[in-house]
Design a protein around this ligand. Structure first.
Ligand SMILES: Nc1nc2c(ncn2[C@@H]2O[C@H](COP(=O)(O)OP(=O)(O)OP(=O)(O)O)[C@@H](O)[C@H]2O)c(=O)[nH]1
Ligand SMILES: [Mg+2]
Length: 220
């Protein structure tokens, strides 16, 4: 099912995580032009690599089964640059919408690696306001084009390590399995982030209740 970006809303509300409930995850794909964002999306949705994807920006809904549980992915395949904005720009709307990010660069295109570096920083600035809420996976794509490589695996891995992101180097053209791993790893991180948030909210609640009790005792 395809949902155009300019028709957002209720569809993207998050369901609570419970044993029987459906888990919903909003995934935003970012990165420079022609790095393979659409190829990655289409590979995950259809298992196919079709070669050319045009320049359509869409949000796709896709249901997958992970460890026996139904997962509903909403995948925003973005265009870069958007609406004449500078390359690498991420809108506030995108930041608010996304539960997690996949930042794609091409291992044959150093400029695209630099775009990912900027985009991680932008996301981390937003993160500093709500810690743990924005898991990121960095993906170096087009690994099949080794002879044209300009970004080493180590550079990609180092960037991910230093920014606390996940990292994969893959070839969307060659395999479906690696693409699936990227989405499933991000899902794990999103669920961890939600659990942490829930835990933090629970602790705050306990502290509030305790201070209410002890506060009252002191005044008796
Ligand atoms: N060799 C190779 N080519 C790839 C791979 N992934 C994507 N491509 C090619 O790279 C080109 C760009 O792919 P897209 O998926 O359209 O890239 P995009 O990031 O969505 O580009 P925009 O939407 O224009 O920003 C296409 O010709 C793809 O066939 C890959 O793993 N290996
Ligand atoms: Mg595209």
């Amino acid at each position: 099912m395809v949902v155009q970006v300019n028709q957002p809303t209720r569809h993207y509300s998050k369901t609570m995580e419970g044993s029987q409930q459906k888990v919903e995850a909003n995934v935003l794909l970012l990165g420079a032009e022609s790095v393979g964002k659409s190829a990655l999306t289409v590979r995950f949705l259809t298992r196919r690599f079709i070669g050319e994807y045009g320049d359509i920006e869409s949000i796709y809904s896709h249901t997958d089964r992970v460890e026996g549980r139904e997962i509903s992915f909403n995948i925003w395949d973005s265009l870069c640059p958007q609406n004449g904005e500078v390359e690498g720009h991420i809108s506030d709307r995108q930041l608010q919408w996304a539960d997690g990010f996949i930042l794609v660069y091409s291992i044959c295109d150093r400029a695209s690696f630099n775009v990912v570096r900027q985009q991680v920083q932008r996301i981390q600035q937003a993160k500093s306001k709500s810690p743990g809420a924005h898991p990121v996976i960095i993906v170096g794509n087009k690994r099949d084009l080794q002879h044209r490589r300009t970004v080493s695996s180590e550079e990609g891995r180092l960037l991910a390590l230093s920014t606390d992101c996940g990292f994969f180097e893959i070839s969307v053209a060659e395999t479906y399995h690696e693409v699936q791993l990227v989405f499933h790893e991000l899902l794990d991180l999103i669920r961890e982030a939600r659990a942490l948030k829930k835990g933090a909210a629970g602790i705050k609640g306990i502290v509030r209740s305790m201070s209410a009790v002890f506060g009252r005792k002191r005044t008796e």
